[in-house]
Write a protein that binds this ligand. Sequence first.
Ligand SMILES: C[C@](O)(CO)[C@H](O)COP(=O)(O)OP(=O)(O)OC[C@H]1O[C@@H](n2ccc(N)nc2=O)[C@H](O)[C@@H]1O
Ligand SMILES: Nc1ncnc2c1ncn2[C@@H]1O[C@H](COP(=O)(O)OP(=O)(O)OP(=O)(O)O)[C@@H](O)[C@H]1O
Length: 270
Amino acid sequence: MLTFPNCKINLGLHVVGKRADGFHELETVFYPLPLKDGLEVVTASGATTFTTSGLPIPGHAADNLILKAYQLLQKDFPQLPAVQVHLHKHIPMGAGLGGGSSNAAFMLQILNKKYRLQLNDATLIAYAAQLGSDCPFFIRNQPVYATGRGEIMEDFALRLDGYAFLLIYPGIHVNTGWAFSQLQPQIPAYSLKAVLQQPVQHWKSTLTNDFEIPVTKAHPGLAAIKATLYQHGALYATMSGSGSAIVGIFEKNTLPDIKWEKEYQVFKIN
Ligand SMILES: C[C@](O)(CO)[C@H](O)COP(=O)(O)OP(=O)(O)OC[C@H]1O[C@@H](n2ccc(N)nc2=O)[C@H](O)[C@@H]1O
Ligand SMILES: Nc1ncnc2c1ncn2[C@@H]1O[C@H](COP(=O)(O)OP(=O)(O)OP(=O)(O)O)[C@@H](O)[C@H]1O
């Protein structure tokens, strides 16, 4: 079975409290975008194997969230056969785009479908939450308002079909745990839902991602990327998640051709 795990961006991101388990309570709107990896799973004749192509993935293959997803289900469904998995990596990592989380959530869904485990979405979300805070979103994979660690989700009626997106990844790998450690949780001064219900043009003056200040302090070049997007007509620009990808939202068919530093990865979604 071949699937194409997509990425997410966060539209507004508030870290509102620290929990006893060390994780943080947050509030965000997750929005899926069609920048994708390729993930194929076939039944293996021998042992389970995992191969990759495309962008090199830091860390050991054995720690990959895709294998963790397989092992998580195998604990409860020992009848799962060995599988041959191939991942083609295209979504930048350490970018705040949730690529690894998306891979893990898609793996759960593939195994559920292919081997008829009959798990409903609520159960898949509970498994996904054990793999990472961003994973549950990719089971829903439609715009949601999320709280808790991100696993408490409600549909959010935001459709940005009339807009185009420019994603800039400057090659800075941001460690999510470090980014959370730089923050002082606080209650937001505005209603996230109310701002996102206004036209995109209105977001610039109000909508914030709490990670932007500390991550930009550590990597000042990020501020210039955001400023450049605004100079070239972005209606709204923000860092996604804990960074370092910056996303600009433009009117459809108005994406500018900007000369970026040559090490930046640039993705156009029209
Ligand atoms: C910043 C976001 O991308 C916003 O969507 C997510 O909250 C991060 O989700 P994620 O990458 O799936 O993060 P996880 O793999 O669950 O956690 C990585 C590390 O980030 C910190 N972490 C993560 C999520 C959370 N709600 N509170 C935290 O404090 C913890 O130190 C944790 O060890
Ligand atoms: N399937 C996977 N794809 C990408 N990275 C993975 C995967 N499984 C584990 N990882 C590890 O997760 C790290 C973060 O990659 P990911 O694509 O999830 O970035 P991210 O969205 O910024 O997530 P995070 O906020 O957790 O850093 C990688 O550096 C890698 O070591």
